[in-house]
Write a protein that binds this ligand. Structure first.
Ligand code: SAM
Ligand code: SF4
Length: 328
């Protein structure tokens, strides 16, 4: 029997689903939640474990093979280990990974690993404790770095995410290079993206990653080939380093051509593009396991609305107010 793969009108297929499990966060990153998380009393509660399970099973049957659990801060959920376990036990799911700010990582690593987690992406915008504190308003860098070591020791694939910001960490590359010389960690520099809540911060801090990529190439770093379940980073490797450098540059030409991912908000809404202006609730179709065909019909129908590209260059940023609400 032929394998199911969901695809859109432009021939892109979707093997990778990013699921937010909460929009709450305990950090106040300057580019995301500069004033901290503020609960919306009118919003529905996040998906339950059982809704999450039905969602993952439904998408796995549509050909999704990789699940990223994200937030907000997903480790704020008390059932985070159980969510990872459910996703990794779902038939068809080959990879389960987690995006986190890392504050609970060290203590959670053994249980997460046992539950089937394969990789973590940890936000570390600077390796300088003072600068880290300025960006995130926390002094937790040492704990987070311990969590990264524990993750490596446990055999997790470790990626470190740093949002590139002018006048903040854009000169931090040497520290990151030292850090990955002997550690098999991929550091990914993400171009700051504009969201509804912080247009001024974007204007004053956005810097393109092109110069960084040109520098990497000039220093002998080589672009790696992208795997079918890989995210949007262009990753470079170098014989003198155990780690890699990746660049996520959504403003670059052709960024959307190899889009392989869909997103679900913590309330079970499908978002077809990070910069789209709509989300579509799937919640009614994930209440029990007998609803898979309704879920599949809804996803097939909604996918017809996925556009060929974002329209950032035309000044359209969609309706995402900040990434804590969808998981980045
Ligand atoms: N709290 C977790 C964390 O920080 O990794 C997971 C959620 S966070 C929204 C996911 C990723 O989005 C992080 O790597 C964060 O740096 C990135 N992010 C948030 N706002 C961003 C923005 N405006 N531009 C680029 N990346 C952003
Ligand atoms: Fe929280 Fe992650 Fe947003 Fe920072 S980037 S405020 S850690 S959700």
């Amino acid at each position: 029997m032929a394998e199911t793969i969901i695809a859109d009108e432009f021939g892109r297929s979707f093997r990778y689903l990013r699921i937010s499990v909460t929009d709450a966060c305990n950090f106040s990153c300057s580019y995301c939640l500069p004033n901290g998380y503020c609960k919306d009393p009118t919003a529905d509660s996040p998906m339950t474990h059982s809704e999450f399970k039905h969602l993952v099973a439904g998408f796995a049957a549509l050909g999704v093979r990789k699940i990223r659990i994200t937030g907000g801060e997903p480790t704020l959920r008390r059932d985070i280990v159980e969510l990872v376990q459910s996703a990794s036990e779902t038939p068809g799911i080959e990879q389960v990974v987690l995006s986190t700010n890392g504050y609970r990582l060290k203590g959670l690593v053994p249980a997460l690993r046992k539950a089937g987690l394969q990789g973590v992406n940890v936000s570390v915008d600077s390796l300088d404790p003072e600068l880290f504190q300025r960006i995130t308003k926390t002094s937790l860098l040492p704990q987070i770095l311990n969590g990264l070591e524990a993750s490596l020791d446990a055999g997790l694939r470790v990626k470190l995410n740093a949002v590139l910001m002018r006048d903040l960490n854009s000169e931090d590359l040497p520290r990151f290079l030292d850090y990955i010389r002997h550690r098999p960690i991929s550091v990914r520099f993400i171009e700051l993206m504009r969201t509804g809540d912080h247009p001024d911060f974007f204007e004053s801090h956005h810097v393109r990653a092109e110069a960084l990529e040109e520098w990497l190439v000039s220093q002998g770093w080589q672009l790696r080939e992208r795997g079918p379940l890989d995210g949007p980073a262009r990753e470079y490797e170098h014989a003198a380093y155990a780690g890699r450098i990746g660049v996520i540059a959504p403003y670059s030409k052709d960024f959307c051509g190899n889009c392989n991912r869909l997103r679900i908000s913590c309330r079970g809404e499908l978002k077809l593009c990070l910069f789209g202006d709509k989300q579509h609730s799937l919640r009614a179709f994930i209440q029990n396991e007998s609803q898979q065909s309704e879920l599949h019909a809804a996803v097939h129908y909604l996918l017809k609305g996925k556009k060929i590209s974002h329209f950032l260059q035309e000044g359209e940023y969609g309706n995402t107010r900040q990434f804590a609400s969808i998981g980045g």
